[in-house]
Design a protein around this ligand. Structure first.
Ligand code: PEP
Ligand code: CO
Length: 446
């Protein structure tokens, strides 16, 4: 690509970038990160692209999930292991219902930069830069904390490396034994209107794994059968640029900060810096598609980012809200189809369903989340298309951030264990319930 380089994004308008006090310090940090080892490898990236190509053909299903924003001070073994466990369990439930292999992609090891609607925040007459994620500044409302600090990029690279190191160790050898259903917390199932059906699915998973074990003569926990990939919003362009390299025996440039970067809804401008940067990297990429996206704009984006129709290259992650998906999705499916390119469609049922309670707490209603997923399956099918994945914000723990679910979490319960500093996540039980819901839907032909 002769007219592209890792820095060509600088010639385009770049939204959502922090204003650092000293650009020379940013350049020094970018130089330093450029010399450090990559976080992921080109062959892992190529393997993921091949798997996403299969998902686009209906042979696999994509499960992508994790925190809205990872925090540097939550880089601990419990948080990481629990996140991995819920994604693994969800993937088994989905594989059973969908009768296809599931690609597991965590929103982790780099999900540190957040887009904000306002550049500044004012409290009691004092105005400071908004908190943009740990990669950029800190949330405390002081001038020192809120001033963007380029050293935080280095801390982020290190935290991502620590996270990834632990994940690689966990998945390489029997960390969760899926055959042991007592590792699964299914107490809540009795409270679900679908209790019997959900119990049957859970039982079937145990049976399938035992069958595999006797057939192959090996314990699944001993196999290196668990692939996990990483993803984050590729928002902070200097951080991404610093890890974008050529590698031996491969064409082109790879962003080695993550396997699967995506462009957020607020930065998906065909003429903007993010689309310019993503255009030149060989990674499979995602683009968030929200209610403001015009069909013509989506066409342009697909044509710029996916010129060669390379299998697995582009995933469109739509996020409209349960009320709006029926109106917005069909024309966008048509627009993507008119480009003649194959894309993978994934549904983010979280970001279009965010509400603020009367007490000012950000939440999401589990029933609306499931409704958006159900509509997504049906709308794709009605358009002769296929939903090939989901993208969620999830904690592996018993947080109380989204209302509803089998346990009937109410607004008044939100204060019990609300831990997210940003968007509300599904808790462990809600996430499993969602997986069972989707599994049931897929087993009925979705
Ligand atoms: C996110 O995924 O956390 C996010 C900010 O999403 P979107 O770009 O879709 O609003
Ligand atoms: Co979010």
């Amino acid at each position: 690509m002769p007219d592209w380089s890792p820095t060509s994004w600088k010639t385009k308008p770049a939204e959502q970038q922090p204003l650092y006090p000293r650009e020379d310090q940013v350049a020094r940090v970018v130089d330093e990160i450029s010399t450090l080892p990559p976080l992921v490898t080109s062959w892992e990236i190529n393997a993921l692209r091949a798997q996403l190509a299969e998902a686009a053909r209906g042979e696999r299903f994509l499960l992508q999930g994790g925190d809205c924003a990872e925090r540097y001070d939550h880089c601990d073994s419990g948080t990481i292991a629990n996140k991995l466990k819920i994604l693994l369990q969800m993937s088994l439930v989905l594989a059973l219902g969908g009768q296809r292999r599931v690609i597991r992609v965590g929103r982790f090891a780099g999900q540190y930069a957040k887009p904000r609607s306002d550049e500044f925040e004012t409290r009691h007459g004092v105005t400071l830069p908004s908190y943009r994620g740990d990669l950029i500044n800190a949330p405390e409302f002081t001038a020192a904390a809120r001033t963007p600090d380029p050293q935080l990029m280095l801390r982020g690279y290190e935290r991502a490396a620590l996270t990834l190191n632990f994940i690689r160790a966990l998945v390489s050898r029997g960390f969760v034994d899926p055959a042991r259903l007592d590792y699964w917390n299914l107490d809540w199932v009795k409270d679900s209107p679908m209790a019997d059906e959900y119990r049957r699915i859970a039982h079937q998973i145990g049976e399938s794994i035992r069958f595999m074990e006797s057939l192959m003569g090996v314990h699944p926990g001993e196999l290196q059968w668990i692939d996990f990939f990483t993803s984050h919003e590729g928002l902070h362009l200097p951080y991404e640029q610093a890890q974008t390299r050529r590698v031996p025996r491969q064409e082109g440039w790879y962003d080695l900060s993550t396997h699967f970067p995506w462009i957020g809804m607020r930065t998906a401008d065909p003429g903007g810096a993010h689309v310019e940067f993503f255009r030149g990297i060989r990674n499979p990429i995602g683009v968030k598609v929200g209610p403001g996206m015009q069909p013509d704009t989506l066409k342009q984006i697909v044509e710029i980012l996916h010129p060669d129709d390379e299998p697995g290259r582009l995933t469109l992650i739509h996020r409209f809200g349960a009320d709006s998906i029926g109106r917005f999705l069909p024309p966008l499916i048509e627009a993507a189809r008119s480009t003649g390119r194959t894309v993978l469609w994934s549904c983010d049922p979280m970001h279009g369903n965010t509400r603020t309670t009367a007490d000012g707490i950000k939440t999401r209603n589990f029933e609306e989340i499931l409704s958006e997923i159900e509509q997504a399956f049906d709308l794709h099918a009605a358009c002769g298309n296929r939903l090939g994945g989901i993208h969620i914000e999830v904690a592996g723990e018993d947080v109380t951030e989204c209302i509803g679910g089998a346990r009937g979490l109410r607004e008044a319960d939100l204060k019990l264990a609300y831990k997210s500093g940003l968007d509300p996540r599904l808790n462990y039980e809600q996430a499993l319930e969602m997986a069972l819901f989707i599994s049931r839907k897929m087993s009925r032909g979705a």
